[in-house]
Write a protein that binds this ligand. Structure first.
Ligand SMILES: Nc1ncnc2c1ncn2[C@@H]1O[C@H](COP(=O)(O)OP(=O)(O)OP(=O)(O)O)[C@@H](O)[C@H]1O
Ligand SMILES: [Mg+2]
Length: 370
C-alpha cells in the first residue's frame, strides 16, 4: 500500500506519525480515492502542474472527511483539520501573539480562565492547547475550542505593558502549511470576513507565503489542502470564486450508490442480510430525494443508514426505528412527515418494510464483528 507515498524519504517525528491516519478495517477504498491518489502521485514532481489543492464537494455524509483522511494514509502525510465558522478572525486563520502572564497577573482570573491559560502555556500552538483541555477536563473538542478562543480574546485585549514576554501561537492552518501536513478545511463557505478568505487564498498559492508577525513562512512542499463542503443548495452559500479557482482537482461527492452503501454498512455494522440492507438503502435514497424535491431541510444519508441498520441488526422493529433513526432526523413537522411517508408508499417500500418485520427474525443474521 505504499504506491502513493509522496515523500518516501521524509522522516516524520513521533507526534507527526500519530497524525497519519490508519485506515480502520471498515474503510472501503472508493473510486474517488483511487483517482485522486493516482492524479496527485503522477504530478507530484511536475513543478507547476503539481496537484496540492483539492476540493471535495457534495452531499452530507457522502464520505468527504473520510476520503481526506484516507488520502493522509495513502500519501503518508499527517492529517489535521480546521472547521470554519462564520466569524473566524485573524487569530483563527493565522494564530495569535499572546502575553505570558506572571503568576500575580493570573491571580485575578477565574478557574476556567486559569485552566485555559495553563493549557496555552503548556502548548506551542492553539490546537495543542485545545487538545490539552479535552484531555484534562474531559470536555468536547468544540467546548475546548470555545474556551481557548475566549482566552485568546481576553489576552489580546489586555493593555500592553512593558516587561511582558510575548509568544506566538500558530493556528492549525499555519502548522500544516509550515510542516507539510494534509489539512482538511471544512466548509470555508461560511466565513464572512472577506479579508479572512483572502488570507486563506494566498495560503493556497502554489508558492504561497503566510506573513506572521514574527516571521514569513513558506508553503512546505508536502502541504496538501483538501477543502470539503456541502453543495450549495437550499440557500447554502457557494464556495468563494477565488478559492475555487485555486483548486487543482475536484470531486463531486454524491450519496454513494446503493451497492457502495451496502458494502460500507456491512463493514461497519457486521450485519449481512443483503435483502434487508438493500430495502433500507432504497428507503434512505427515496427519503433523501423526496426531502430535496419538497424543500424539506433535513437530510437522510449514510449516517442515518448506519444507525438504522445497527438498530435493526440488534432486533429493533424496522418500521419503528425508521422514525427514530431516519425520519425524525429529517423533520418532525407532521405535514412534511406525511410527504415522506407518501413517497415510501408510492415506491412500494412501506410494504417491503412491513414484510421484513413479519417474515424475518433479523437477529439471526448477525455475525460477530471483530
Ligand atoms: N470509504 C468509506 N468506507 C467506509 N465507510 C465510509 C467511507 N467513507 C465514509 N464512510 C462512513 O460514512 C460516514 C460519513 O462519512 P464522512 O464523515 O466522511 O462524511 P462527510 O461527507 O464528511 O459528511 P459531512 O458533510 O457531514 O461532513 C462515516 O460514518 C464514515 O465512516
Ligand atoms: Mg465531513
Amino acid at each position: 500500500m505504499d504506491q502513493w507515498l509522496l515523500s518516501p524519504g521524509r522522516r516524520l517525528s513521533e507526534e507527526e506519525q500519530t497524525l497519519v491516519w490508519c485506515k480502520p478495517s471498515s474503510h472501503k477504498d472508493s473510486e474517488e480515492e483511487i483517482r485522486i491518489c493516482n492524479e496527485v502521485k503522477r504530478n507530484w514532481n511536475q513543478g507547476e502542474m503539481k496537484i496540492a489543492n483539492i476540493l471535495l464537494e457534495g452531499d452530507a455524509g457522502s464520505g468527504k472527511t473520510q476520503l481526506a483522511k484516507a488520502l493522509s494514509a495513502n500519501f503518508g502525510l499527517p492529517y489535521t483539520k480546521v472547521t470554519c465558522f462564520a466569524d473566524m478572525d485573524k487569530s483563527d486563520i493565522i494564530g495569535a501573539i499572546l502575553p505570558v502572564l506572571s503568576d500575580e497577573q493570573q491571580e485575578s482570573m477565574g478557574r476556567e480562565e486559569k485552566e485555559a491559560l495553563k493549557a496555552l502555556y503548556q502548548s506551542d500552538n492553539l490546537s495543542a492547547a485545545v487538545g490539552i483541555l479535552v484531555k484534562t477536563l474531559g470536555i468536547t473538542e468544540k467546548q475546548a475550542g470555545v474556551r481557548i478562543r475566549q482566552m485568546v480574546k481576553v489576552l489580546e485585549q489586555l493593555p500592553q505593558t512593558e516587561n511582558v514576554k510575548y509568544r506566538f501561537y500558530p493556528s492549525e492552518i499555519v502548522r500544516a502549511f509550515r510542516n507539510g501536513y494534509l489539512l482538511e478545511i471544512q466548509e470555508p463557505t461560511v466565513i464572512r470576513d472577506a479579508a479572512m478568505l483572502m488570507a486563506l487564498n494566498s495560503a493556497l498559492e502554489p508558492d504561497g507565503i503566510i506573513n506572521l508577525p514574527t516571521e514569513i513562512i513558506h508553503r512546505h512542499p508536502d502541504f496538501i489542502a483538501v477543502i470539503t463542503t456541502n453543495r450549495g443548495y437550499n440557500g447554502c452559500r457557494p464556495l468563494n470564486e477565488a478559492l475555487r479557482d485555486r483548486i487543482q482537482h475536484a470531486e463531486r461527492m454524491d450519496m454513494p450508490s446503493i451497492e457502495v452503501m451496502i458494502e460500507r454498512a456491512i463493514a461497519k455494522t457486521g450485519y449481512t442480510d443483503r435483502y434487508v440492507l438493500s430495502v433500507l438503502a432504497n428507503a434512505i435514497f427515496v427519503l433523501d430525494q423526496t426531502a430535496r424535491a419538497n424543500a424539506i431541510k433535513g437530510v437522510a444519508g449514510m449516517r442515518s443508514y448506519f444507525y438504522w441498520i445497527d438498530a435493526v441488526a440488534y432486533g429493533a422493529d424496522v418500521k419503528e426505528s425508521l422514525y427514530h433513526k431516519v425520519i425524525y432526523k429529517i423533520t418532525t413537522d407532521p405535514d412534511e412527515i406525511r410527504i415522506l411517508e407518501e413517497a415510501l408508499n408510492v415506491q412500494g417500500i412501506t410494504s417491503e418494510l412491513n414484510d421484513i418485520n413479519s417474515n424475518r427474525n433479523v437477529k439471526k443474521n448477525m455475525i460477530p464483528t471483530s
